[in-house]
Design a protein around this ligand. Structure first.
Ligand SMILES: Cc1cc2nc3c(=O)[nH]c(=O)nc-3n(C[C@H](O)[C@H](O)[C@H](O)COP(=O)(O)O)c2cc1C
Length: 195
């Protein structure tokens, strides 16, 4: 019904899914550049492009960030009823568990707080990066649970996050492992439509 190019774009959008199981295969520099180059094609309020990117492939650093987030998430579980908290607590206490699912690449998309709408801009940029990764044969996932890095000034300093920037999107990327769960199905959208 549509042209091949249009169908390919729509298929890429339909097939993108969050990947949480990664193959042990490194991601080359040029692929990371392509993902970021695609991200910055997203719309941006007033054309300000108020983003920065911190790319981390250092396994030790990714583990340290994961360990900090795990500690913080464990603390926040205190407020939940024990029966809900316990299964999560068990996972988080496992020293081998990484909140980044052992992905080889972690990218923080940072937004400039001096630009009012930078959170929208960076969110669109991050969504475009996830689509681009999928088109390139990689998988990715937005890791909201890593937002708590914002509460660790020493870590922010080490990641070279300037004071007037905030972490908007922590994203992981890598080549997907062979077996993956099915993409969660979407409900039909609720529409209000005036003709
Ligand atoms: C703002 C945001 C935060 C998210 N945080 C997490 C997270 O911390 N851990 C995780 O495994 N997935 C996270 N996800 C991924 C969602 O769980 C996923 O997009 C959703 O279940 C739909 O699945 P799909 O992306 O495969 O279509 C997040 C997604 C968004 C948009």
């Amino acid at each position: 019904m549509y042209s091949d190019k249009t169908e390919a774009v729509l298929e890429c959008i339909r097939e993108r899914t969050s990947i949480r199981k990664y193959a042990e295969r490194p991601v080359p520099d040029n692929i990371i550049h392509s993902i970021i180059r695609a991200g910055i094609e997203a719309p941006t309020a007033m054309g300000l492009q108020p983003w920065r990117f911190v790319v981390i492939r250092d396994k030790g650093l990714i583990k340290r960030i994961s360990d900090f987030c795990k500690g913080n998430l464990l603390e926040s579980l205190e407020q939940y009823p024990p029966e809900h908290a316990e299964p999560f607590r068990k996972v988080l206490r496992d020293p081998a568990y990484s909140i980044f699912f052992n992905a080889p690449v972690l990218i923080f998309v940072l937004g400039d707080d001096r630009c009012n709408q930078s959170v929208y801009d960076c969110t669109l940029c991050a969504g475009t990066m996830l689509l681009a990764a999928s088109a390139l044969g990689l998988g990715g996932c937005w890791m909201g649970s890593a937002e708590v890095v914002a509460e660790n000034p020493a870590l922010l300093d080490e990641l070279q996050v300037p004071g007037h920037f905030r972490i908007v999107a922590p994203l992981i990327f890598g080549y997907p492992a062979a077996a993956q769960p099915k993409k969660p199905e979407r409900r039909d959208p609720l529409l209000i439509w005036f003709d």
